[in-house]
Design a protein around this ligand. Sequence first.
Ligand code: ARG
Length: 576
Amino acid sequence: MLHGDVGLELAARVAAAVKSSLDLDITPAEALIRPSSRPGADYQCNAAMGLGKKVGRPPREVAAAIVGALDGTGLIVEPEIAGPGFINLTLTDTWLTTQLEGLLTDPRLGVPETGHPRRIAIDYSSPNVAKEMHVGHVRSTIIGDALVRLRRFHGDEVIPHNHLGDWGTPFGMLIEHLIDEGFSADHSISDLNTFYQAARKKFDADPDFAERARLRVVKLQSGDEETLRRWRELVDESMRHFMKVYKTLGIGLTPEDNYGESFYNPFLADTVAELERKGLTEISDGAVCVFPKGFFNREGDPLPLIVRKSDGGYGYMSTDLATVRYWTGERGATDLVYVVGTPQSQHFAMVFAASRDAGWLTPGHTAVHVNFGSILGEDGKMFRTRSGDSIKLIDLLSEAVDRAAAVVGERTDLSEEERASIAHAVGIGAVKYADLSSDREKDYVFSWEKMLATDGNTAAYLQYANARTLSIIRKSGETVQPGATVILTEKAERDLALQLIQLPAAIQAAVDGYTPHKLATYLYDTASAFTSFFEKCPVLKAEPEIRKSRLVFCALTSKVLTLGLDLLGIEAPTRL
Ligand code: ARG
C-alpha cells in the first residue's frame, strides 16, 4: 500500500500509542513527528517531553511507555529513546523499497488527492491596461500560476481570474489620446508605457485636453457606445501584449479569465446599498465609508474603506468589496486568494474585515492575501534598468532565453530546434525559479549569474539533474519496468529513497501555506541527494541486480523532479 505522507502515518501510530499507554488524546500534529537529523534515524517523535510535564512523569519514562505501545508493524524497526526522551524512528528497508517500487506505477507519485476539495477563486497577475507589466505583476503572475497548478493537483476546483486594471479616471485621457492619435485597426500601441506617459503629459499640460478627458470619463461611465468601443480597443491591445507575456512564460491565463475592474462595475451600486442596509456605512467628508474594526492611521483615527466617493464615483476599495461579494455569493467560492504585493496588505485586511461584517465571508470561507516582497537589483534597490527606467518584461524574458542559449550553446550534438527549446526552458525556468524558490514574503535580488548557475538552488541545477538521470537510463539500453525490484546497499541510496518518499509532505506544505518555495526546497534537496547517489553509487557498471535497482532510482528521481517542476510551471527537458 502506498502511504501519502509517511510523517502523517507515523503520527497516527504514535497518537494511538499515546492513547493506549497514557490514555491521552492527542492530534497527529501533537505527536511532533519531525524528519531526524541524527544519523541512523529517519524521523523522531518529540512529544514525550511535553506529555511528561502534562502527566507528571519523567519524559524518558513516558517515551518508554509510548514505545512499548507503539505498533510499528511493517513500517519501522524497534524505536530507540535518546537524550531527554526523543523517540528515534527508522523505517524498515522493506517498507522503503516497497514504497519506491509502488511509486513506479503511480502517476501521482504517492501524493493523495484531497477528500475535501475547495472551490478557490484566485486573483493573480492583474496588470493595468495601457501600462507595461511591472515586476510586481511578474511576481504575481509566476506565483499565482504555481498556486493554480498546486491546488489543481491537490484536487481542488480552481477558478483563476485576472483583475485587470481596466476602469476608472485614467481611461478618459487614454481614450482622448487614442482618438487624437488616429488609432486604426492596423496600428498598435507598440509601447504601452510611452502611450500612457504621452497621454499623461498632455493631460497635465493642456487644459482643453484635460477637460475633454474628464468629459470622456463621464461618457465611459454612462455607457456611451462610441466611447466603450474605444475603451475596448485599448483593453484588447493591452491584452494582446499581456497574452504574449503569458505565452512566453507558459501561463495559462486567457482573455476568458479576465474579471477586470470593469466587470464589477454593474455590481457596485448594489454592493454599497447592501452595506448601507446592513448599517455598516457612515458618511465621512461626503463619502460613504465603512470603518472596519481595528484599523487606525498614525494619529490613532479609525481608517475608512471608501465605498462611494463624495462625487458619487467608486474606486479600488469598492471594487474589491464587490469581488468578495461576487466570488463567494454568485460563484460559491469557499476560498478567495489574492496574489498581490505586500504594500496592499492593509487594503486586503480591511476588505476582508468589512466583508466578514457584511456576511459575505463566513467562518466556512477563507480569504487570503498571498502577499510578496519586491525584486531588487544587485545594488539592493528597486530593480530597474541601468538608465533607471523600469524594466520591460518582454525584453527581460528574451534576455533570459539568450543568456540560457549561451549556457547550453556548446551542444553541437543537438539540432538547432532542440537547442532553442532547451534555451527557452532553461532561461524562462531560471526567471521563474528564482522567484518561486525564495520565501515569497521576502524581497529577493535579481541576479543573472545566480539564477542561471548550474550549481546551487536553481532551475538549471534541477533540470540538469533530471536530464542526467534520463541520460543514464538511455545509456543503459534498458527501460525501467513496473515490478522492478529495489535493493538498498549504500547509505546514499537510502538517503535518496527517503527523499523521494517525501514528495507528498512537500506538496502539502506548499499547498497549506501558499508557499511554493517549500516545494522548490524539497526539489533542490532531492536533486542534491541524487548528486550524492550518483557520485557514490555507480549505476551502469554495477552488478545486474543492483544496476536494475539503481536505474529505478534514476527513473523515480526524474519523475519527482519533472512533476515538481511542472507544479511550479517549469519545464524539464529530457536532454540538456
Ligand atoms: N491592478 C492592481 C495593481 O496593479 C492589482 C490588482 C490586484 N487585485 C485586486 N483584486 N485588487 O496594483
